[in-house]
Structure formats: structure tokens, C-alpha cells
Design a binder for this molecule. Structure first.
Ligand code: CP
Length: 309
């Protein structure tokens, strides 16, 4: 039991069996979140630090709550208020946290590959909480848990993902994870927001929102990441929402029991109208709860590996 690697750096590094082990463990962990006494001893005696160089609400808080629910000592450090602002390097910062007896460092960084860079230098396990435009593995795992609660198997399921594909680490991690488990992934967005060669990841590039979502089992909207755009990649928000938003009419083209997902935060009225965000098919709020369950599972399985060595 446990993950094969010391670190969780991306979906690329996980096998299909490991993904399923995380999802099955997360299903059990979800029972803790809904219980009156949210306290287990799975991480008793362990220490967990979140190190965030980028803003976050869901990921950071869910990792912090996950570690607290499992009884670890936990602390948070962000760029503001730390010696990063005095020019301390990423590696020196990570080594400093490591030398305080930290068992797991959870890091979000604006540069792709930052967690991969520090991990080999540290005794602590490193968890990638989002690195630039590369990967966001625990987001994909919570998305997959939300699907797994509704699907018996991922094999042959049609997953439609629409929006700012270019800047999205969420789409990359989902594409890797979902195709490993046999799902069919279709993506669509403005051509200026479509990475060259994305089809090499085993996804289909759709011709329109309608083509992407037709007969989908699950539909996922992606946030337009205005903060990562050096120049505007579409003429106006009005045009973007006209051509690329998932409207009620578009969602109606998916299978009748299809559900709607979004990793959050959402630009209401841009990638999704509020009516779609709040519709009966939306499982966006459930994704938030599943984020805590998946992160509990990941922390637990990383420490289980260490205990088995
Ligand atoms: N989905 C996601 O990563 O959200 P946060 O940026 O709030 O963590």
C-alpha cells in the first residue's frame, strides 16, 4: 500500500493502479469529512507545510484541513511575510523547511517544473499543488473522484473540456489521468488558446463547443486565465462568451445524465453563465469537498509508502 514515489509531482508519474488506489482511499476519507468528529490519527506525529508562491483558496485550504483532520502538525508559508521577499532562493527556502523535520512540503509555484527541481534535494515528500502551466495533479484527482462517484469505470467515457486550454495545468493533468484510465477526452477553445501538439496527449481537438460536448458523460469548463496572458488572445469578453461559453443549450447536447464541472475559481458570465454554474447538473460544490478527500488520501498514501520502506 502507498505510492511508489517519494513525491507526487504529476499525473505523468502515477500508474493507473496508483490513481485508482488514491480514488478508492479518497472515498473512505470522504466519510471523515462528513462525520461529526473530523479527527483521525493517520498523520499523527507527522508535519506538513504548505509553501505557496501563487494565490489559492481551494487547494491551500483543502491541504491544510486535510492534514489537520488527520492529526499532523501543519504550517503555512507564503511569499509575503517570508524571507522569499528578501531574495532567498527557492532551493534555500525548501531546504530550510526540510531541515525543520518536515515530512511533506506542498508547493504551488508560478514556474513549471519548480517542484520537480526541489524534490530530489529534500528528504521531505514534495506534492505539486500546481506548477505554472504544467500540472495540477491533485485537481485532476479530485475531478476524477467526482466522476468515479458516478461512473463504474472510466473506460470509454466521453469527457469534454472547454475553455482556456493553453494556460491550463488542470487540463493537462486531467488529460494524462483520464486517458491512462481509458476515457475519451475532447478539448475545445479559441485557436489562440490551444497548445500546439496537444493531440499528442491522446486528446481529440473538437471543432466547436457543440462538437466537444455532444454525447459527453461529463463536461468541464476552464477558467480564462487573464493573469497569465501577456497579450489579449481574444478580441473581447463578449465575443469569448458568445463563441466559447458552455451555455444551457450547449450543455443540453451532452448525455441526459451528464454533469458539469469547473475547477474554480470561475469567471461568471465568461466561461459559464451563472445559470449553468448553479444548474442541477452542476457538481462544482461537490468538487470542493472531494478536494479535501483526495488530498487526505494523497498525504496518507505518501506516508504509508514511507512506513512500508
Ligand atoms: N482549482 C484551484 O486550484 O483553485 P485555487 O487556485 O483556489 O487553489
Amino acid at each position: 500500500m502507498g505510492l511508489k514515489s517519494k513525491d507526487l509531482l504529476g499525473m505523468k508519474q502515477l500508474t493507473a493502479e496508483e490513481i485508482m488506489e488514491i480514488l478508492d482511499t479518497a472515498k473512505t476519507m470522504k466519510l471523515v469529512i462528513s462525520s461529526a468528529n473530523k479527527k483521525t490519527s493517520h498523520l499523527q506525529g507527522k508535519s506538513v507545510v504548505t509553501l505557496f508562491y501563487e494565490n489559492s483558496t481551494r487547494t491551500r485550504l483543502s491541504f491544510e484541513l486535510a492534514s489537520k483532520y488527520m492529526g499532523s502538525a501543519s504550517a503555512n508559508i507564503s511569499t509575503s511575510g517570508s524571507s522569499v521577499n528578501k531574495g532567498e532562493s527557492l532551493l534555500d527556502t525548501a531546504r530550510t523547511i526540510d531541515m525543520m523535520g518536515t515530512d511533506i512540503i506542498i508547493m504551488r509555484h508560478n514556474h513549471s517544473g519548480a517542484p520537480h527541481f526541489i524534490a530530489p534535494h529534500l528528504k521531505a515528500s514534495v506534492v505539486n499543488a500546481g506548477d505554472g502551466m504544467n500540472e495540477h495533479p491533485t485537481q485532476a484527482l479530485l475531478d476524477m473522484l467526482t466522476m468515479y462517484e458516478r461512473f463504474d469505470t472510466f473506460e470509454g467515457k466521453n469527457i469534454a473540456i472547454c475553455g482556456d486550454v493553453y494556460h491550463s495545468r488542470v487540463v493537462r493533468s486531467n488529460a494524462i489521468g483520464l486517458t491512462k484510465l481509458g476515457a475519451n477526452v475532447s478539448v475545445y477553445g479559441p485557436k489562440t488558446m490551444m497548445p500546439i501538439g496537444i493531440e499528442k496527449m491522446g486528446v481529440r481537438i473538437a471543432d466547436s463547443v457543440a462538437d466537444c460536448v455532444r454525447d459527453a458523460d461529463a463536461v468541464m469548463g476552464l477558467r480564462v486565465q487573464l493573469e497569465r496572458q501577456q497579450k489579449s488572445l481574444f478580441p473581447s469578453i463578449a465575443e469569448y462568451s458568445h463563441f466559447y461559453a458552455i451555455t444551457p443549450e450547449m450543455l443540453a447536447l451532452a448525455k441526459p445524465d451528464a454533469f458539469l464541472m469547473h475547477p474554480g475559481p470561475c469567471n461568471h458570465g465568461v466561461e459559464l453563465p451563472t445559470a449553468v454554474y448553479d444548474c442541477d447538473q452542476s457538481v462544482i460544490n461537490e468538487q470542493v469537498t472531494n478536494g479535501v478527500a483526495v488530498r487526505m488520501a494523497v498525504l496518507y498514501l505518501l506516508m504509508a509508502r514511507r512506513n512500508n520502506l
